[in-house]
Design a protein around this ligand. Structure first.
Ligand code: GLN
Length: 537
């Protein structure tokens, strides 16, 4: 088993996740069976209880793990599904060690960071490597070298390098600032951050330098000289328009050859499976304006998987998605919606923004504008329909009004009395049955599909008949037919919503069916508007 460890220096937020994912992509498309592991040095057990404003969206895996959004990037770049083992946090490591101590498994010894915590870190890393039938594991260490929290992880990885002689490579990602009129590329921060790594006993093998422009020959030479990293192993990743271009940039600089020099991995050429995808993504022929109505619109990473699903749609259709971020609280009338060609109502928790989301659904339903609702977006579509079509003016979700007279959305029975917040929702991949003769069947083309979930509330079974008698169609349900999973409207092709999160399984060459259909519908909507204008002139 071989390991490529990615650390970060100088600053956070310089694209370490994209670089780790790109390496995964290059390796897995060069004949190397690759998986990825993320180390998050925070104390939370997982990302499940975190506000999206902290680290962006909470990404859900097949096994129901609520993880950091980087796991989503790995899945998309690897085209492989991961599980909870692919994410390690300080919380997971300490919980395990303390539980073992309580069971008396340390036989009376003093439990310490070295060796007990570092051993647990290495055990978890090796477990992924052996369980997942791979040749190589890319390990990304969150945070920046020098952070107190990441110290035990770096120490564990240093030990791993010693124990797995010749099978661990360290790759350090740094920032090269450019200053002055000439945009001189400054290497000092990189030198310092490599020095900090060396102080803890880690000499990097590869440096990936983020900068605005391609790294100059002179900067490369200086970096190499001061850091003892081969000049050809100093790789430049300059700013590009789209993150999907990064693998090619890295690959062209021979990274795979540098890894091959150190490791015995298959010697196959890199297959760029994204050529056509990137062509459509970078040079789209059409475009549509989509409003994303959400509560965390100031941080676009809070909706990362939707943005990515739209990229996947663009890469397969050549229709670019121009996203308008709309804070749900500001949707008090149709002003911000009028110029759109499609409305996406996002997942979410809590009441804030819900009335704005309901208004957005109403607008889409009444005007014929394409609509896609996901999770809470699905639930608010039901509330809107109940209020404005069925005339149940006080229809609501018990999440927002516990004594609602018309609780069209209610808590899942098994969630009643659940008090712990972390990892207790209806989570992960579940079978969904698709009904014949529906739009959903047209899109999925099969009776049984699997999609990922994350919710505590559902459509109240008591209202289903009434809703269906009034033109709403539940075209997907769970296996028992009790839980509603997909909704659409009678005689309407562009109004769809799902209780599940279709965005999490969207992949570059296999876009989410719901997002794909939504964007195609938006283009049709736009073209019909144009035709109307032309007809009127
Ligand atoms: N808050 C809703 C629920 O718990 C929707 C969750 C979501 O959008 N992920 O059911």
């Amino acid at each position: 088993m071989q390991y490529v460890v990615i650390t970060g220096g100088v600053l956070s937020g310089i694209g370490k996740g994209t670089i780790a994912s790109s390496l995964c992509h290059i390796l897995s498309n060069s004949g190397v069976k690759t998986s990825a592991l993320k180390i998050d040095p925070y104390l939370n057990y997982d990302a499940g209880t975190m506000n999206p404003y902290q680290h962006g969206e909470v990404f859900v895996l097949d096994d129901g793990s609520e993880s950091d959004l980087d796991l989503g990037n790995y899945e998309r770049y690897l085209n492989r599904s991961l599980n909870g083992d692919n994410s390690i946090t300080t919380g997971k490591v300490y919980k395990e060690v303390i539980e073992k101590e309580r069971r008396g498994e340390y036989l009376g010894s003093t439990v310490q960071i070295i060796p007990h915590i570092t051993n647990e870190i290495k055990r978890r890393i090796r477990k992924v490597a052996t369980d997942q039938d791979v040749d190589l594991l890319v390990i990304e260490v969150g945070g920046t070298v020098g952070d107190i929290e990441s110290m035990p992880f770096l120490e564990g990885l240093r030990q791993l390098r010693m124990e797995e002689k010749g099978n661990v490579i360290f790759c350090h990602v740094t920032l090269i600032p450019e200053i002055g009129h000439e945009g001189e590329q400054k290497t000092k921060p990189t030198q310092h951050s490599v020095r900090m790594l060396r102080e803890i006993g880690i000499q990097p093998d590869i440096l990936i330098c983020r900068s605005k422009h391609y790294l100059s020959e002179d900067a490369r030479r200086r970096i190499s000289m001061f850091t003892d990293v081969d000049k050809k192993a100093v790789v430049s990743v300059y700013d590009v328009g789209n993150a999907y271009e990064v693998p090619e940039i890295i690959e062209k600089q021979g990274v795979i050859d540098i890894i091959r020099e150190k490791f015995s991995i298959p010697d196959e050429p890199f297959q760029d499976i994204w050529v056509d995808y990137k062509k459509k993504l970078l040079y789209p022929q059409e475009n549509v304006k989509i409003g994303i109505i959400g509560k965390y619109t100031d941080l676009h990473d809070a909706y990362m998987s939707h943005k990515e699903a739209f990229n996947h749609v663009t890469g397969s259709t050549g229709i670019a998605v121009d996203i308008k971020w709309i804070d749900a609280d500001t949707v008090t009338d149709e002003t911000s919606l009028k110029s759109l060609e499609g409305i996406l109502v996002t997942p979410g928790f809590g009441y804030r923004g819900v009335e704005g989301k309901i208004r957005a659904v109403k607008y889409a339903r009444e005007t014929g504008m394409p609509f896609l609702g996901i999770c809470l977006g699905f639930q608010v579509a039901v509330i809107e329909y109940a209020r404005n079509v069925l005339g149940l003016k006080d229809a609501n979700s018990t999440e927002f009004k516990s004594d609602s007279k018309n609780p069209v959305i209610d808590i899942l029975p098994e969630q009643i009395g659940v008090t712990d917040m972390g990892g207790t929702m209806r989570l992960g991949s579940k079978k969904v049955l698709v009904r014949d003769n529906t739009m959903a069947m047209e899109l999925y083309g099969k009776k049984e599909i699997y999609e990922r979930h994350r919710h505590r509330f559902e459509v109240n079974p008591k209202y289903i008949e009434d809703l269906e008698n009034n033109g709403l169609i539940f075209s997907g349900t769970d296996e028992e037919g009790i839980r509603m999973e997909i909704l659409e409207m009678k005689d309407r092709k562009n109004f769809l919503a799902s209780q599940f999160h279709a965005e999490f399984l969207s992949r570059p060459l296999n876009p989410s069916r719901l997002h794909l259909h939504f964007i195609k519908s938006a283009l049709e909507f736009k073209q019909s508007k144009i035709a109307l204008l032309e007809g009127g002139s």
